[in-house]
Ligand binder design. Structure first.
Ligand SMILES: Nc1ncnc2c1ncn2[C@@H]1O[C@H](COP(=O)(O)OP(=O)(O)OP(=O)(O)O)[C@@H](O)[C@H]1O
Ligand SMILES: [Mg+2]
Length: 384
């Protein structure tokens, strides 16, 4: 039998000259939306595409190729460890995840050995994707589920409390008539009635938090909502000598949203800022139009940047202690003697219902900034 070449080139199709073919492969790899990193058996770097540099937050240097990969990736120890193990492992991971601690980023990767025509291992190649955003979405989903079960429990308690509270109020009223001649008893009963009313108000707020939101979406101007929210927050809590500035650029497009609900969002945020400032300091409220870059973690059809409205409510108060920042959105979490701790829970719920997001950044030096990001549908952005 005549000698067969080990691998045959597929028949048909136009064969390109070797130079052109090489160039085509280079372009394919460099345009890939996955990170690609290949190393030679001797430990030198054979290839690393732009997406890989981006995911690892490294800057490409002209002489990277041909250097030991442990040198090029020395600040990314986890990757060096995975690549070094590639030549030793019996079974290479097909779909593994790795947290890059120093970048606080998660990648999903596949590792393969590169074999030549004689089936000898000449290198290893790693394909990977940035999963950080996917992780964030999962975390948000977990938080939503947690809130949903807390909410269900709260709804149950609120429901059970409503009747006895109404009973206390009615019966205290009846008793008041029986003791109309006793001033002491009258005043105690008046206190009982007002405390029962307060408890009832908390129950009503709790039910509001738990009930699903039905938005009434219409084009609305954010400037009006922000000014109205400042006025409402002032009536809820005392402003004292706090200065408030609202900065909204001219010609901001109207957005599709529920203005009443958004007003509630900013009222709660501004009221919290007033309370944190305790009569002195400054609140700055700004709105800008921005664009969210398409997410490289989601492959598929090419995506355009999406227009978004970014509203910051910032105060120069004491800030939120780092150890509390995970809890302040939880229902009933409060550090105030008279707070119910539902303000931010309701804020998050409304922002979520608008497909937006809310982020906190806070420090004792700079105070607290809540950033609300809302989608602007491109139609309204164009036809404002
Ligand atoms: N601007 C801020 N500066 C410092 N801490 C804040 C700020 N906003 C919120 N917090 C913290 O987050 C907690 C939760 O806020 P949230 O609005 O949910 O409840 P609350 O203000 O305590 O009560 P409620 O709003 O129901 O009356 C507050 O108790 C406070 O500790
Ligand atoms: Mg509050």
């Amino acid at each position: 039998m005549p000698d067969q070449p080990k691998r045959q080139r597929p028949r048909g199709g136009r064969r390109q000259p070797p130079g052109e073919e090489n160039q085509l492969f280079r372009h394919i790899v460099s345009s890939m939306r996955n990170g690609v990193l290949a190393v030679h058996r001797d430990g030198t770097l054979a290839l690393m595409n732009d997406e890989a540099y981006r995911i690892f937050s490294l800057t490409a240097r002209p002489d990277d190729i041909g250097q030991p990969f442990s040198e090029v990736l020395r600040t990314r120890a986890d990757i060096v460890r995975v690549l070094t193990a590639a030549f030793e492992l019996k079974h290479l991971p097909n779909r593994a995840e790795l947290r890059l601690k120093e970048l606080d980023r998660v990648i999903g990767y596949t590792l393969s050995l590169v074999r030549d025509d004689a089936a000898d291992t000449v290198g290893a190649v790693m394909f990977f994707k940035d999963l950080t955003r996917v992780e964030q979405l999962e975390e948000r989903e977990r938080l939503r589920n947690r809130l949903a079960s807390l909410g269900e429990m709260a709804a149950g308690i609120a429901h059970e409390l409503k009747n006895p509270l109404a009973g206390i109020e009615v019966m205290a009223g009846l008793l008041r008539r029986h003791v109309s001649d006793k001033l002491d008893a009258q005043s105690i009963l008046a206190d009982i009635i007002s405390e029962a009313k307060l408890a009832n108000a908390i129950v009503v707020e709790m039910l509001e938090f738990v009930r699903p939101i039905r938005l009434e979406i219409e084009p609305m101007a954010i400037t009006d909502v922000l000014h109205q929210a400042v006025t409402l927050a002032e009536s809820k809590t005392s402003r004292g000598g706090v200065s408030v500035t609202v900065t909204v650029p001219e010609g901001l497009p109207s957005i599709e949203a529920d203005d009443h609900r958004l007003c509630q969002v900013f009222t709660n945020l501004i009221a919290n800022a007033f309370e944190a400032l305790d009569g002195k300091g400054a609140i700055s409220i700004t709105a800008v139009l921005s664009a969210m870059e398409p997410d490289p973690a989601f492959a598929g059809t090419p995506q355009e940047p999406t227009p978004i409205l970014v509203v910051d409510v910032a105060d120069n108060g004491p800030g939120v202690p780092a150890e509390l920042s995970d809890r302040i959105f939880d229902p009933f979490f409060t550090t105030k003697t008279k707070g119910t701790g539902l303000g931010l829970g309701i804020v998050r719920k409304i922002v979520d219902a608008h497909d937006g997001r809310i982020d906190l950044s806070s420090s004792p030096e700079n105070g607290t900034r809540f950033r609300v990001t809302l989608p602007v549908s491109s139609a309204t952005a164009l036809f404002k």
